[in-house]
Design a protein around this ligand. Structure first.
Ligand code: DLL
Length: 435
């Protein structure tokens, strides 16, 4: 079985990669300067000419792009090709504000399929596999993105889309799906439905799952692997850059390889914009160097992550990113302490009392932030006595206090009582914003 989709790129030497990135960057900067008025204006304001960018060492001279720019130049002003060359549109609404629109040329779609095929091959898939796509189809990039990669690889692709778990599982069983992709929270929900339907995981043929589009923890990975009987791989991406396939996990499951021959990563200080040294945690920024229709320069993702250049035993030389801890705009500041929902999830699941379903309700009462963690007990601890429920509540509160340094009110709720998501899970209800 092949281990790489494009070995010459995925395992290329660092020297080759640097040379390639430099050359592609020069071309991209020249192209956007000529074709994208907002970029030309911004570069002129900053006193930068395309010829000032000689290689990746000059990347930091370029201005940043942020989500607001895409809203300001909505829908097509940042496209770098005439609309007649655009063959596909996707969009992302995000949680707040106007949606952003992105476009792809035929060649961009080829690149996208390749980046997703790399992820699939890294997860052990080949053309003999059956690919069950449970990401949403439509303007969201998840469904069609992985669909394209699976077809390019030659997998038997089953475009199920989201929703109706029972139907999903029946299809999985009858059609013999061997690889599934969906959000990690939906994968857990499918695990629950499997039990409800009385189907044993050994009756399914699943061997791998490609899960992403939202933050998830190592504890959740173990849970999904146990419930569905597969190996769970992480995949990262965002609409603005291409969709899924910006970075993907290999069999080592220790960070995601960034498809650096297409997207150059940087880590910056989110407050000052300064580029941070390799290994620091900060905001992830990407520059697209091969896309035609929508090549963004130094796009600020708002995702907090760090890069890892240590050689990977899988043989790929592509740099890795650690699992994003969350987004700088999802970060909660509770009584002055920065908290990511994923840190709370990690504490909850490591204690073993609860299921991976929780909601964080934040409020401000008498000018003081209050955090309530509503979390479902797992079946094993549900029938416990009041005394042991009190003891569980206390252990969770202590775990949160000692790991994150904040106090929280813990509200244990019945198994299966919190809402289930088909796409991205919503974990935070911040009532403070309404004031
Ligand atoms: O979620 C694209 C995607 C689809 C990725 C399917 C993976 C699988 P957006 O809707 O634009 O695009 O959301 C992008 O989701 O900036 C991250 O905050 C978050 N995200 C995506 N993948 C991961 C991941 C798609 N593996 C935003 N881990 C990004 C943590 C992720 N967060």
């Amino acid at each position: 079985m092949a281990r790489y989709w494009q070995k010459e790129r995925e395992c290329a030497s660092r020297e080759w990669m640097k040379e390639w990135q430099g050359q592609q960057l020069r071309e991209t900067v020249r192209r956007v300067y000529e074709n994208v008025a907002p970029y030309r204006n911004r570069m002129e304001e900053a006193g930068i000419r395309p010829e000032d960018i000689r290689g990746i060492e000059d990347l930091h001279l370029l201005p940043f792009t942020c989500k607001q720019d895409l809203r300001d130049y909505y829908p097509y002003e940042m496209f770098a090709v005439p609309m007649e060359d655009v063959v596909r549109i996707h969009a992302s609404s995000g949680t707040t504000g106007k949606q952003i629109v992105v476009g792809y040329t035929r060649n961009d779609l080829e690149i996208w399929s390749d980046t997703c095929a790399r992820a699939l091959v890294a997860a052990g898939a080949d053309k003999t596999d059956f690919m069950h796509v449970s990401y949403g189809y439509g303007l969201f990039t998840g469904g069609l993105g992985l669909h394209g990669g699976a077809e390019k690889l030659g997998m038997t692709t089953i475009p199920v889309s989201t929703g109706n778990s029972k139907r999903q599982l029946t299809i999985m069983k009858d059609f013999g799906s061997t690889v599934i992709c969906c959000t990690p929270s939906y994968a857990l929900h499918l695990g629950e439905s499997l039990k409800d339907m009385g189907i044993g995981k050994e009756e399914l043929r699943l061997k791998a799952g490609i899960f992403g589009a939202e933050p998830w923890t190592e504890e959740m990975r173990k849970e999904i692997e146990a419930e569905l009987g597969l190996k769970a791989y992480d995949i990262y991406g965002l609409t603005e850059i291409i969709g899924p396939g910006v970075a993907f996990e290999c069999e080592c499951q220790s960070g995601m390889h960034i498809n650096e021959d297409h997207f150059i990563p940087e880590i910056i200080d989110p407050d000052t914009g300064e580029v941070l040294p390799l290994g620091s945690t900060g905001e992830l920024v990407f520059t697209c160097i091969t896309k035609e229709a929508f090549p963004l320069l130094r796009y600020r993702t708002r995702d907090i992550a760090c890069l890892d250049a240590t050689p990977c035993p899988c043989g790929r030389r592509l740099i890795k990113m650690k699992k994003p801890q969350g987004r700088s705009d999802d970060m909660l500041i509770i009584r002055g302490v920065n908290v990511f929902p994923s840190q709370i999830e990690s504490v909850l699941l490591s204690l073993g009392y609860t299921a991976p379903y929780y909601q964080l309700v934040v409020d401000r009462i008498n000018n003081t932030d209050q955090l309530e963690i509503q979390v479902e007990l797992n079946e094993e601890h549900y029938t416990d006595t009041i005394k042991s429920l009190q003891q569980i509540t206390r252990s969770i509160a202590e775990g949160i206090q000692s790991t994150l340094g904040i106090s929280a009110k813990i509200r244990l709720v019945e198994p299966r009582s919190l809402p289930r998501a088909e796409g991205k899970a919503v974990h935070v209800i911040d009532k403070r914003k309404l004031i």
